[in-house]
Design a protein around this ligand. Sequence first.
Ligand code: CA
Length: 545
Amino acid sequence: MFKYTKFFSTKITPQREPIPGSGQTPNSAGGYAWPLDDWGRLDRFLVLGSEGGTFYAGERELTIENAEVVARCLAADGIRTIDRIVDISTTGRAPKNDPAIFSLAMAAKLGDEVTRRAAYAALPQVCRIGTHLMHFAEFAQGFGGWGRGMRKAVGAWFNGKRADDLALQLAKYQSRDGWSNRDLLRLAHPRAASPSHDRLFAWAVKGELAEGAAEDPSLALIVAMEELRKTDDLATAAKLIRDKRVPRECVATEWLKQPEIWDALLPAMPMTAMIRNLATMTRVGLFAMGSEALELVVSRLADRERLVKARVHPIAVLSALATYKSGRGARGQGTWVPVAKVLDALDAAFYACFGAVEPAGKRLLLALDVSGSMASGEVAGVPGLTPRVASAAMALVTAATERDHAFVAFTAAAGGYGGKWGGGVAGISAVSISPRQRLDDAVAEVAKLPMGGTDCALPMIWAKENRIDVDTFVVYTDNETWAGSVHPAQALRDYRNARGIPAKLVVVGMTSTGFSVADPSDAGMLDVVGFDTSTPPVIADFARA
Ligand code: CA
């Protein structure tokens, strides 16, 4: 008998060929995977962005590809696209708000009439602070000029804020990316919603305090800033900052060398600003032994509700932890001696940012793709945060909630025929990382593992060969699988048959590319977005069901 099925079968197909009849298309690595639909891709883009590109695509190419996805979504259903943008932006699921702002600008400038109107209506929800609005103006500029709709929406943004909140926005974010409040107000030219708004507009445009400003409680911050500018007495400055809740952005650089000033800034400091300034506060000596400021910072970092409410993204914490631990600033911000209490508090805060996750109580195999491509590019534009390192951190979140879990890291030979570096068995390494370790140590351990080709089927093949019972495989990957002799979906079905376990597969996509190794026609496989704060609960729910 000529073995026809040796060459053409739906059960065993090399990853360099599509599974017959499956609808697979080529990925960037020369393998085949399933194309993600545009809505799935929109989610990946909104969460992961395209900054830094991937191993296979530069950031230019990846950005164009994703912008085309946004355009197709807008053409298919503008309102659904905007709902998605608003949802991901307002729930703080993404490390950065820029992909949402960019997509909203596209909707506002390129959508049909209904879509444009909805996009402008959503402006205050997506652009919550002055910086966001300036980014929106910059992006919108790329798709056209200032039409009537744009002028109205930007004007409404300023008028829609309560006067005292607007004062804070105007003071804190005076200009960004070549845009200033002055530019925006001149172009939008709104009629002020109240006398207080009128005074604030005058201050932003002309830089002077209008009549009645000194007596207007909504302008208290602006008045305090003017007073702060005039004083050279440390105690007076600190008192002004503390009493009038002056933000750091409004304090002259010379003052920011004084611990007394930071001590005064701290009570009103927002969470993200606090996390970003831990190094500076350490350097100026605010956290000396027995300091109340240190206790305050540590207790805030331990406050889950506060972290979630402030939309602190775990990526921001992870990035702060890496920088803080290093003891030196990336852009010449000097050096400091990291305080252990702060490091531990950041470590705990990382997990707390994901909110409460109810464990599934199943047997989970957390499998990290440590192939070469995962070490390229950066997640959310954070220097040094490769998909490989990021996936380890992400997997630790699930490990922290699921008692019954094991970690493996997988890589095929560079040539794809087995063995870590060619020859020998395919590369599965047991990884001894644990959420009880500090995050930076765990991540460093994964960064050290050898790397080679990509075979996302390895976790299932390995578990079958070693008779390991797994209810849910969670594979963290860029989906650029190519090196295996069988597709991951086929390996999963084979595992199910061999072990008699209806095992599931969750594929956590770590880059904003357009494919997945999860078979969309198999209800036991799910594709989710890496570093989406909603991913750990989604994995738990899927594993539990
Ligand atoms: Ca790879």
